[in-house]
Structures are given as structure tokens and as C-alpha cells.
Design a protein around this ligand. Structure first.
Ligand code: ADP
Length: 492
């Protein structure tokens, strides 16, 4: 093998420390797999107040006490803490950037009290980005590549290309910027730009200005050496359509030579019905019958009556516009006319929570809901449901459809982004693994559900669809290799 690379993976969330969505899963699994491939990779993340010091044995990196980091006119102090994540094969060091004023609170991006984004999110992530760069030099550890993720880290490529470029330590560092969700861009008033310390010359429409505001995501897109996103279909959608590009499609189209779609994997040490310690009965593709005991347990958990042949449709989701919840709202009564049960685990916007709550009240024998965040119930839903619903408006990659495949829970999805790339429609191919619909339209969703419900009662065919899904391999290795060879092309 050629010389191992040094990589710093910068992220605003990482399992098992802190998670709001799929980014946290990726930020744990991808670095571990890259390490398994033989590279030296470390992670940097903010030290949020809700990360338990005791549980994760977080300690100070003594040498790095008190780094002064400029934010606007002021200098704020960063402390660097450390912990690690480990699977059975690899142990990856995590540096936490700590500052009580910015991160010593309970929310991550949004205040739990006001339900609004923190007013100082600009300063928090300016501080984080610069602290990460300062930390590296103090540490004397020079990565070949800094791999940045989503808007919270978008300024790092801009810093590397501008104010840090004259320093020999940073000069040859390459940056990769991965888009996990283009809809969240980190847009702030022009006045926020002053706090970055970046030269005025970058505040232009060719730089990180976005209609007279500043846009962190755009900084990542413009100044990184390479852009990636988490499926090939999403890579195409965000550069060719205003609907998916959210105003940045032009910028992305311009950089299309440097844009790569690399699908996420999943961690089969955590999501595997054969070894899952959370679910009541373990099973695999040869012992699918075991699934029915999980269905029993799932229905019990949601206070619904168990009948083996009544299909259960499950869903685990952030309750936000992206997830196609308005389509479900439109067809819910129609869907529930058939003999079916529906269980939902979700947290998010009140309007959707109210809707699912009222649906449960209206159909108490058919609909079960749990509002909040629960890994345990998530595993139970994957193991105990017959079908999994994911009618997303857009979906950069999506993880739950991949978990569902492994658990023999047949996904019903909208053919967008990663859902299009990872699911094969069962009505159009013998190798089918799920049901897809194209147009973002409630009637189309209902048709797909009806197609699934019809085939469900054809036991032989249904079993084949489940098996097709269960033998799919979306482990991280293939994707990690693609990232590693991309790093390699940059460092040549
Ligand atoms: P997104 O990142 O857009 O939320 P993904 O499908 O990529 O969507 O990833 C979502 C991740 O978050 C999955 O691991 C899913 O199981 C988890 N998740 C979402 N909502 C909840 C919840 N309420 N409780 C437990 N896990 C959840």
C-alpha cells in the first residue's frame, strides 16, 4: 500500500456523543472504516453541554489548554478535550473544541426553550472552524486532507485558501467538502462576515456572498478542493434543478468537475437483526420467521393489537417538511381504510406532531405514535414492521431505508436522491427490494402503498422481496474506499 494519509474529519455531530440526524452516523462510521483501511484519521467536533464527560471519559489535551481564537474584534478561548470512538477493528480519536459561552448549552443548533436557531450560530461556527485550524498547529499534527461536512464547517476551506495560506503549516493541506443536506446553508446577515476575519475580497457573488448575505455552505462549495455529496442521484439533482439546489445550483454546476456522489454506508455492527441486542428476537435471512416476535413486541409497545397477517407500516423520522409528511397527511384516512397498522417514531415540528397525534386519536386501534428520540424504539420499529415509509420530498442519501433492507422491512419510498439509488422497485424487477413512486404527489404515494399491500398477501413473492433486501450490502467499506482514493488524488 502507498503511504497512509493523515485526515482530519470535521463535523458538528458524531455518534455516540451527539446526534440530530444521519450526519452523526456518517461521522462515526466513515472515519472508523477509513482507519480500518490503514489511514490515520481523527475527528474534530464541538463540545456541546449535553455530552457527558463521565460517560465518555472526556479529558483535557493538556498541551492545548487555552487557545486564543479571534471572533470579530474579540478573542475567545478554546480548550481542547479528547475522547475516542471504537468499533471492533478501529479506534478513532475525537478532539472536542470547548468553550462554555458557545457550546456549554443543551441545544445543538436550536434552543430547546424558544425552538429557534441560536442567534449566535454564526459566531459559534466561526469560532469552531478557526479553533480547529489553530488546534492542528498547536498539536503539530498536519493532516494531508481536512474533510469538512455541511455548513457548520464551510468556512474551513475558505480559511485554508486565504488567511492561512501563507503559513507553511497549512499551505499544502487539501480540503474536501461533503454536502449532507443542501437545504441547511447557514445564511447570516452581511454583518456576520466581519466576524470571520476573512479578507473583504471574498465577500462577492463569486465568493461566499449570497444575495448580500453570507452563506457558510457556499464558502465550502467555492473554496474546497473537492465537493462530495451522499448519493449520485442527489449530486445530479442539486446541480440541475432549482428545487433541489436551493439557490446554489449555479455554484454547484460551475464546480461539477469537482463534484462526486458517494453513497453512505451503514454500520452493520449496530444495525443487524442477527446481532441486534435491543430487539427481543434476533433473526437473519434464513430465519425470517423470527421477525414476527418482534412485530408482537412492537405492537405491544404501541398498545396496538397483534394480528400476524395485518401488515405494519413503520416510520422513524425528523418531523420536518423534507420527509414528505404532507403527502402522508393527505392520504392517511384513505390508507387506513385498508387492514393495516401504522407506527411512527418522530420528533420535530409541532404542526406534524399535532397531525400524527390527531391521527392516532382518530384511529386508535390502527395508529401508534411516539414523540421524542429513542434508539431502542427505532430498532424495534425496524425489526417489527413489515414495511417502511419514506416519501421524502428530497433525500440526499437516507439511512433508514438501508436499515430497513437489512431488517427485511420493505421500503416504500419516493424515487429521489439516495432513495432512488438504493431501492429497486419490486414490480419492475425480480431483484426488487421495495416500492418507489416518482412524482411528489399524494396519489402516487397511495398507489405505491397499495401495490405493496397487495403483494404483502402473496407470501412467496413478499418473502422474496424481503430476502432481496436482506442480502444487499451497504457496508461502509466500498464507500470509504472511494473517499480514500479521492483523498489520494488530491495529495498526489
Ligand atoms: P436525516 O439525516 O435527514 O434525519 P437519515 O435517514 O439520513 O435522515 O438519518 C436519520 C437518522 O436519525 C437515522 O439513524 C434514524 O434512525 C435516526 N432518527 C431520526 N429520528 C429519530 C428518532 N425520533 N428517534 C431515534 N432515531 C431517529
Amino acid at each position: 500500500m502507498s503511504k497512509p494519509l493523515n485526515v482530519l474529519f470535521v463535523t458538528s455531530e458524531v455518534e455516540p456523543f451527539i446526534k440530530t440526524g444521519g450526519l452523526a452516523d456518517v461521522s462515526a462510521s466513515l472515519p472508523q472504516t477509513i482507519k480500518e483501511l490503514g489511514h490515520e484519521i481523527r475527528i474534530a467536533a464541538p463540545r456541546y453541554g449535553s455530552i457527558s464527560e463521565r460517560k465518555f471519559k472526556i479529558h483535557d489535551v493538556i498541551r492545548l489548554k487555552e487557545i486564543g481564537v479571534p471572533v470579530g474584534e474579540r478573542v475567545k478561548m478554546a480548550n481542547v478535550n479528547s475522547s475516542f470512538i471504537a468499533n471492533t477493528k478501529a479506534k478513532v480519536q475525537v478532539y472536542f473544541i470547548a468553550n462554555k459561552e458557545f457550546f456549554g448549552r443543551h441545544g445543538i443548533y436550536v434552543s430547546p426553550e424558544t425552538k429557534k436557531d441560536y442567534a449566535d450560530n454564526d459566531e459559534r461556527f466561526i469560532f469552531f472552524s478557526r479553533s480547529v485550524l489553530e488546534t492542528l498547529k498547536r498539536l503539530g499534527w498536519k493532516p494531508d486532507v481536512i474533510h469538512c461536512n455541511d455548513w457548520q464547517t464551510g468556512l474551513i476551506p475558505a480559511y485554508v485558501k486565504t488567511i492561512y495560506s501563507n503559513d507553511p503549516f497549512y499551505k499544502n493541506i487539501k480540503t474536501v467538502f461533503t454536502i449532507h443536506n443542501l437545504a441547511y446553508q447557514g445564511i447570516f446577515p452581511a454583518s456576520s462576515f466581519k466576524k470571520t476575519g476573512l479578507p473583504d475580497s471574498v465577500f462577492t457573488p463569486d465568493g461566499l456572498e449570497f444575495y448580500e448575505k453570507m452563506n457558510f455552505m457556499k464558502a465550502g462549495l467555492v473554496y474546497s478542493d473537492v465537493i462530495t455529496t451522499v448519493s449520485e442521484k442527489y449530486a445530479e439533482e442539486i446541480r440541475t434543478s432549482a428545487e433541489y439546489g436551493c439557490g446554489l445550483e449555479g455554484v454547484i454546476q460551475k464546480r461539477r468537475q469537482h463534484l462526486h456522489g458517494i453513497v453512505n454506508g451503514i454500520d452493520y455492527e449496530i444495525w443487524n437483526p442477527q446481532t441486534d441486542t435491543v430487539i427481543p428476537v434476533r433473526y437473519d435471512v434464513h430465519t425470517i420467521e423470527g421477525k414476527v416476535e418482534n412485530k408482537k413486541a412492537l405492537l405491544k409497545k404501541f398498545n396496538l393489537e397483534f394480528k400476524e397477517h395485518i401488515p405494519v407500516i413503520g416510520m422513524i423520522s425528523r418531523l420536518v417538511d423534507q420527509k414528505g409528511l404532507d403527502l402522508i397527511e393527505e392520504i392517511s384516512d384513505e390508507m387506513l381504510k385498508t387492514d393495516v397498522k401504522f407506527v411512527l417514531l418522530g420528533a420535530g415540528e409541532k404542526q406534524y406532531q399535532d397531525f400524527f397525534e390527531s391521527l392516532h386519536k382518530k384511529h386508535p386501534s390502527k395508529v401508534g405514535v411516539y414523540f421524542g428520540y429513542s434508539e431502542e424504539i427505532a430498532h424495534l420499529i425496524e425489526a417489527g414492521s413489515d414495511m417502511y415509509l419514506m416519501p421524502s420530498k428530497y433525500e440526499p442519501c437516507g439511512l433508514n431505508q438501508l436499515y430497513s433492507l437489512k431488517y427485511g422491512t420493505v421500503p416504500i419510498v419516493r424515487a429521489t436522491g439516495g432513495l432512488e439509488d438504493t431501492i429497486v422497485d419490486a414490480d419492475s424487477a425480480a431483484s426488487g427490494t421495495g416500492f418507489k413512486f416518482k412524482k411528489y404527489d399524494a396519489k402516487e404515494l397511495l398507489k405505491a402503498i397499495h401495490r405493496a399491500l397487495k403483494l404483502y398477501h402473496d407470501h412467496g413473492t413478499w418473502k422474496k422481496i424481503m430476502q432481496n433486501g436482506m442480502v444487499q450490502d451497504f457496508s461502509w467499506e466500498a464507500s470509504a474506499k472511494q473517499y480514500a482514493s479521492l483523498y489520494r488524488t488530491l495529495v498526489k
